[in-house]
Design a protein around this ligand. Structure first.
Ligand code: GLY
Length: 410
């Protein structure tokens, strides 16, 4: 009798262990990594408390955050509130919601201003977008709707894209109209607004921007130029150049990451297969150019001193998050698996001691590159790397629980 009981207990233990192992898939324990993020967030909160500014970066030789004031010209101010909302989504702890609310509300002055540039999408949708998704607070909804209308004022119908940087027209560098690849991400706020009581034209603007960008902003192989310059009289594409990459002809890694994430999202919103095929094209080029058995790229795939060039962890985080969505949208099961496996490998590598900051700094990740040509934020911890890392972990948790990565996103 005793032996039978022992065998039953053993059998139950084996079943339990195999089920819980399934939840973590190929060695990535999302619960563990998400609690690591929570701990780092608490360290950051103690460090920055009372300053009413947002953590932006920790440079290679530093151990504490450099903070930025809430200004329309500071493109990354929405990431810290967004990180806090993802943390709350995981912990469901009301204190975590309170602190996320506090930092989100600090951004309110931004939406009373005319459009400074396309980054309004990053600023408002990463913060208020997540805030509304998780709380349903109508005040947040109205703020996003207003911001979407403001962003749309930068759309040029002759060209068919949003003007990303008005200041670069004023100074004559990327005149008379410029669009940068990063701008793809800001279309999400326009799609959202069109579905949530905003002007339906916002959908058309976002889709036209994605179509024009797809037509002109890439080389034959699917590699992006960072910046596309257009003529405002004829609407013609004038040239593709770089701003943050090594050279006009090279593949700036984060530009390609924005394209992967952006076209997956545009396909989700439009259900137009041409965008799915294009998301595959930009992804397949990216994956084919990764170093063998490595998942965090160098900052530019064509930088001249590879392998002695800095890596860019932010790129791997953005791509991992984008690919988790793309794998769920795929109509080709083999590609779905390939993209999911690649995303998991990226997250495993980012979660290693090589890329996590751990005790050394209160960020989640080390080793991102902000702007190599300006020699700024080279090999730094940067807030957007952390934002897309925690987003990807939350998405991965949803994938493993069999739910959509954009659950709750209406
Ligand atoms: N959006 C600016 C960057 O990716 O650095």
């Amino acid at each position: 009798m005793r032996l039978v009981n022992l065998l039953t207990v053993l059998l139950l233990a084996i079943i339990f262990l195999s089920c819980s192992k399934k939840k973590t898939d190929t060695g990535l324990d999302f619960n563990n990594e998400l609690s690591y993020c929570s701990n780092q967030i608490n360290r950051t909160l103690s460090e920055i408390s009372g300053k009413n500014m947002m953590p932006r970066n920790i440079l290679a030789n530093e151990t504490s955050w450099n903070l930025r004031p809430i200004e329309i010209s500071e493109w990354t101010v929405g990431f810290w509130p967004g990180i806090l909302w993802y943390n709350y989504e995981n912990t469901k702890n009301t204190n975590d919601a309170d602190v996320a609310t506090y930092y989100t509300d600090l951004l309110e002055p931004l939406i009373k201003l005319p459009a400074y540039d396309h980054d309004l999408g990053f600023q408002i949708f990463c913060s208020y977008g997540n805030a509304y998704r998780l709380t349903g607070n109508e005040k947040y909804k109205q703020i996003i709707l207003n911001a979407a209308d403001t962003l749309a004022t930068l759309f040029n119908p002759k060209v068919g894209t949003i003007l990303s940087w008005p200041r670069e027209v004023d100074n004559g560098r990327f005149a008379p109209h410029n669009t940068i690849m990063d701008n793809m991400i800001n279309l999400e706020m326009l799609y959202w607004a069109a579905k949530n009581g905003g002007d339906k034209k916002l959908y058309d603007i976002a889709t036209k921007h994605a179509e024009t960008t797809m037509k002109y902003h890439f080389r034959e192989d699917g590699g992006n130029y960072h910046v596309a310059v257009y003529d405002t009289i004829t609407g013609d594409f004038i040239k593709g150049v770089t701003h943050q990459g090594y050279a006009d002809s090279t593949l700036w890694a984060r530009g390609q990451a924005w394209a992967i994430y952006g076209y997956a999202m545009v396909y989700r919103e439009t259900q137009d297969k041409k965008f799915l095929r294009f998301a595959e094209k930009v992804t397949d080029l990216y994956l084919s150019r990764l170093p063998k058995d490595e998942f965090v790229p160098y900052w530019d795939f064509d930088a001249p001193n590879i392998p002695n060039e800095p890596r860019d962890a932010s790129v791997a985080a953005i791509v991992a998050s984008g690919l988790l969505e793309l794998s769920q949208l795929e109509d080709d099961s083999q590609k779905a698996k390939e993209y999911k496996d690649a995303a998991v490998n990226m997250l495993i590598e980012l979660s290693s001691d090589k890329f996590q900051s751990r005790e050394s700094k209160p960020s989640f990740l080390l080793h991102s590159v902000g702007h190599w040509p300006n020699k700024s934020e080279v090999d730094a911890a940067i807030n957007y790397a952390d934002y897309y890392y925690i987003e990807a972990l939350i998405r991965y948790k949803k994938v493993m629980n069999g739910i959509s990565v954009i659950e709750n996103f209406k």
